[in-house]
Design a protein around this ligand. Structure first.
Ligand SMILES: *[C@@H]1O[C@H](CO)[C@@H](O)[C@H](O)[C@H]1NC(C)=O
Ligand SMILES: *[C@@H]1O[C@H](CO)[C@@H](O)[C@H](O)[C@H]1NC(C)=O
Ligand SMILES: *[C@@H]1O[C@H](CO)[C@@H](O)[C@H](O)[C@H]1NC(C)=O
Ligand SMILES: *[C@@H]1O[C@H](CO)[C@@H](O)[C@H](O)[C@H]1NC(C)=O
Ligand SMILES: [Zn+2]
Length: 965
């Protein structure tokens, strides 16, 4: 994408005054912010024409000076008198020669040499054409000392054409007029090209002219920058050149510079490789050739590469950039990189960070080193059009990919079997990075809802797999692809990531590792930081149980006697015989953080299948709650009396249970019920207290779990009773948001509140609260009347569109479809694409299914998710299923139909695949979808059994909860 568009930023850069008259020239300036629209060249320079914000320069005296442009402080005064008539005594060049191009390599030394001098060395040749016959070469040179060639001359002359160049008779430096003079033993031939080679050394003086040295102090350390000011006549102080503005040429520039610095010049840096000198750590950066240009416009800079001089660029379609959709990504990338630098205690390994949004991109993003690719919705944010959840996705996905710049890219796994380590770790620290960028969001709490619950759902199946596989077991490309499932993305459980140590990254930088290397380093870290591991275990022996066997435990606590135990949790107990054997017998070393009647107790380790702890025994109204803040990867079950006491706490003083645990209690209860540990009605009873709950996490957890009930019962009589129950439960929440938003005119201030507002509207409308339906239909109607003015807040759009299209008919659908086609904003298009699947009209849904496989209507990357959206609509489900079955061959061949349970789709997929068993027999190769299909089949058969067992009592319970008229 060389010709792409981007905006860029040099984070916290110290801008440099080039040849300014000020004595002290180094600047503490927050951000040089360049918005490049039409050109690709980015040079750190205060006179950069692309700057939209003029940097304010501050001298060390603290005074502000404006940007100098064309300052001429270092210009030598040109003498007016001319002492003699020899050509080398004249100040202007003769008109005999014309440069064509230069090839120049300069190497500034940023440390003093043995003589106490800062110097630079250079090697250059200039190719010039003879335009008038002459036996004299004059080229500008000032304060440069030359290395002599064979024959004692200061330069070497060769002819490029089919002739021999005359030899050099004598050569010398004419100091007054600043020439390197060569008298020849013959004439140069008109029209011929000649090459003049020189090697030289100059002083990198602190004199503000030519190639010079600038010094500044940072964090108490003296830093040296090599930089240039050529205008008007100091290019000759950097290298021998025809130093007059009319003597234009093309310049091929290479700079040698120490490791840890970056080199800049007029051209785009092309390659940086290791430099020549064996012992010195030198990099060699070549720049793309310049345009034909004058010498006074050249610039070379070598500057320490600190993170705050890192160049960050965001590339996207031109319109997305001019609409400023890249700004958010641009603004958070620097802080997140800085956060990770501190977190890892290793500096960002590259001089730049490019991120590009691509209109067609299958995955969410890919962490290519220094050039990260994204689908548009994962990188571009439009405050007018994007919701807070779009924003959160952008922040977390950027943090995730940036985390890989170290973990994954700097240190890489030996083979794909350890992919989980890479992804698991990045999926965990993405929350830390995003939390640093958006500290008000409390985003770390969302790990539980977004990741833990998602992985719990898959890892509770007998068809799950251990995190780590044997290296030999993973060979084929399909096997590698299969590893990219939610389990590999599992968050770093058991908290060990909290003390992940930098020694690991340091020790394996630029190398490869296997996971046990990490444990070894964590052991070192645990020892030195005094983390208390259970006696007799180290990180290695603890972690092996979590990564070498699949699944996770359910801890059962009996508060009557303080007895607690663990068992491999399986969503379908009937699948236990299918579980493969494990050398650890499905026992884990489990850290248990817990509280008793609201008071946190000290950390306990469960190291065996069963254990006793008298502290967990309770009397009277005391209660026990374990897995505080869901810091461990396991579910918790209790004796029934303790469940009852917990329900009582929820109904009376819910705030004495941390909000994450309120969400977790609901999720544990529903899953324990499905796995037959507790009664389904007990699980449903955890939702009763929601009548007064205002927090997002418990609501979201409950709604996710009730979604399962919807899927199971949405075509049965249970549906109506369930709707009636939820309608009552959500009334107060709906009213609450109406109040705090001043009758829907404001946005709630908290990030989570904004999410829960969406829940309130979604549930209120879908359960038929009239006030809600009138609200959403009214907004949508308003928009249809004036399509240029969308009155719906971006946060609410998905829900409002869906509600209005669902309640409406063809006109609403067609309007939505037209808006989808007209939308230039990916996140907005995604919302409409989702909402179009909400219609209740079968013929519109069938039309939409046809569209989904037509790449001129729906992008190929979105085909799968569009079908899944349709399938999650009760009317669309059978239509989608028939459609997939008919078109299977085509879908399979043309779409990477991955069943990776991303986000919302995992549960909805289940019914769609209820007939998969036969289907799989028919098409016995699903490629990388095999494992996912196996998991779907397993879940589906469990569901069918579940419905048979529970339908009657669920119906009765909902019925009993709804007041009779
Ligand atoms: C410049 O000269 C060096 C040394 O002769 C050579 O390696 C390099 O390829 C040249 N670069 C160009 C662009 O001609
Ligand atoms: C070299 O060129 C000069 C100027 O054109 C001319 O006067 C002179 O005769 C030439 N010398 C030879 C040896 O051709
Ligand atoms: C070089 O010049 C000589 C003499 O004019 C001629 O014979 C020869 O063919 C030329 N070679 C090339 C490659 O032009
Ligand atoms: C160039 O040569 C002069 C004279 O020998 C010497 O004083 C000066 O230090 C030299 N410059 C460098 C950069 O070596
Ligand atoms: Zn990743």
């Amino acid at each position: 994408m060389g010709g792409g568009f981007y905006i860029s930023k040099v984070v916290g850069v110290a801008g440099i005054v080039l040849g300014a008259g000020a004595v002290a020239t180094i600047i503490a300036l927050a951000v040089v912010y360049s918005e490049e629209v039409a050109k690709n060249n980015e040079v750190i320079s205060p006179t950069n024409e692309g700057s939209t914000v003029k940097p304010t320069l501050t001298t060390t005296e603290g005074s502000s000076v404006s940007t100098p442009e064309g300052s001429s402080v270092s210009t030598p005064l040109l003498p007016t008198a001319q002492p003699s008539n020899e050509p080398w005594d004249k100040y202007r060049l003769p008109d005999t020669l014309k440069p064509d191009h230069y090839n120049l390599t300069l190497w500034p030394r940023l440390k003093v040499n043995e003589q106490g001098l800062y110097i630079f060395t250079g090697e250059t040749y200039v190719v010039f054409q003879c335009v008038k016959e002459t036996d004299l070469i004059l080229i500008h040179s000032n304060k440069l000392n030359y290395t002599k060639w064979e024959g004692g001359q200061l330069a070497k002359l060769t002819a490029l054409g089919n002739i021999t160049a005359p030899t050099i008779k004598s050569s010398w430096l004419q100091e007054t007029t600043q020439y390197l003079v060569m008298q020849l033993n013959g004439n140069l031939t008109v029209g011929e090209l000649y090459q003049l080679d020189t090697k030289f050394v100059g002083e990198l003086a602190n004199d503000l002219g030519g190639f010079y040295r600038s010094e500044y102090e940072e964090d108490g350390i003296e830093k040296v920058v090599a930089t240039t000011q050529m205008q008007p006549t100091d290019a000759r102080k950097a290298f021998p050149c025809f130093d007059e503005p009319a003597m234009k040429a093309v310049f091929h520039i290479t700079l040698l510079h120490p490791v840890g610095t970056i080199a800049l010049s007029n051209g785009m840096e092309r390659v940086t490789m290791e430099g020549p000198e064996g012992t010195v750590e030198v990099l060699k950066t070549s720049f793309s050739e310049t345009k034909r240009m004058s010498t006074y416009l050249l610039a070379f800079i070598v500057i320490a590469m600190l993170l705050n001089r890192l160049q960050i660029r965001i590339y996207a379609r031109k319109k997305a950039i001019t609409d400023k959709q890249g700004e958010y990504a641009l603004n958070i990338t620097g802080p997140i990189l800085k956060f990770f630098e501190e977190y890892y205690n290793v500096s960002y390994p590259l001089p730049k960070s490019d991120q590009i949004a691509l209109p067609d991109f299958n995955a969410g993003a890919m962490e290519n080193w220094g050039l990260i690719t994204y689908r548009e919705t994962a990188l571009l944010y439009d405050p007018e059009m994007s919701s807070n959840s779009n924003k959160e996705r952008i922040a977390t996905i950027i943090a995730h990919e940036l985390a890989h710049m170290w973990f994954g890219n700097l240190v890489t796994l030996n083979w794909w079997n350890d992919l989980w380590l890479n992804e698991g770790f990045a999926s965990y620290v993405e929350y830390l990075g995003a939390n640093d960028a958006e500290p008000d969001w409390n985003i770390k709490d969302l790990i539980v809802l977004n990741d833990v619950h998602r992985v719990f759902a898959i890892d509770a199946l007998a068809s799950s797999h251990p995190l780590s596989s044997e290296e030999q077991a993973i060979q084929k490309p399909e096997q590698i692809s299969e590893l990219f499932d939610a389990i590999s993305y599992m968050y770093c459980n058991v908290c060990v990531c909290h003390f992940l140590q930098q020694t690991y990254l340091k020790a394996f930088s630029y190398n490869n590792t296997v996971y046990s290397d990490l444990w070894d380093h964590l052991d070192l870290a645990a020892n030195s930081s005094g983390v208390s591991l259970p006696t007799g275990f180290n990180v290695n022996s603890i972690m092996n149980r979590w990564v070498l066997q699949m699944g996770f435990p359910v801890i059962t606590i009996d508060t009557a006697n303080g007895h607690f135990s663990q068992e491999h949790f399986l969503l379908d107990p009937a699948s236990r015989p299918d579980v493969p054997e494990s050398e650890f017998k499905y026992e884990w070393i489990v850290p248990i953080r817990w509280m008793k009647t609201g008071k946190e107790q000290s950390l306990t380790w469960l190291k065996t299948r069963t254990a006793n702890m008298t502290d967990m025994k309770v009397i009277e109204n005391e209660w026990v709650l374990a897995n505080l803040n869901v810091s461990g990867y396991y579910r918790v079950n209790y004796d029934v009396p303790n469940w009852e006491r917990l329900l009582n706490v929820l109904n009376t003083t819910p705030e004495s249970i941390p909000v994450i645990n309120r969400a977790q209690l609901i999720d544990d209860a529903f899953n324990l019920a499905r796995a037959k540990y507790i009664d389904t009605i007990l699980a449903l009873r955890t939702t009763k207290y929601l009548k007064t709950e205002k927090e997002y996490m418990p609501w979201e957890s409950a709604l996710n779990n009730l979604d399962f009930f919807y899927l199971m019962f949405d075509r049965s009589e249970v549906f109506g009773y369930m709707q009636a129950y939820l309608k009552i439960q959500v009334e107060e929440l709906f009213g609450h948001f109406k109040n705090i938003t001043d009758n829907w005119t404001k946005v709630p201030s908290g990030h989570m509140d904004q999410y829960n507002q969406v829940n309130a509207i979604r549930v209120a409308c879908s359960t038929g609260i009239d006030e809600c339906l009138n609200l959403t239909k009214g907004w949508y109607k308003q928009w249809m009347n004036d399509p240029t003015k969308n009155p719906i807040h971006p946060n609410l759009r998905t829900t409002v569109y869906c509600s209005a299209i669902s309640a409406g008919g063809e006109a609403e659908w067609e309007f939505g479809w037209n808006q989808f086609n007209a939308s230039t904003i990916a996140t907005e298009a995604d919302k409409l694409r989702y909402a179009l699947a909400c219609t209740k009209q079968p013929w519109l849904l069938n039309k939409y299914l046809e569209y989904s496989l037509n790449p001129t209507k729906i992008r190929k990357q979105d085909a799968t998710s569009t079908i899944v959206y349709i399938a999650s609509n009760v009317v669309g489900q059978p239509l989608a299923w028939d459609f997939i079955r008919d078109r299977w061959q085509y879908i399979f061949e043309h779409h990477s139909f991955t069943f990776a349970p991303t986000g919302t789709s995992s549960i909805q997929l289940m019914l769609l695949f209820s007939q998969l068993k036969d289907f799989q027999a028919e098409h016995n190769d699903f490629g990388s979808g095999n494992l996912a299909i196996q998991q779907s089949i397993e879940r589906t058969s469990a569901n069918i059994r579940w419905v048979a067992e529970n339908k009657k009592k669920v119906l009765e319970w909902f019925d009993g909860e709804v007041p009779k008229p």
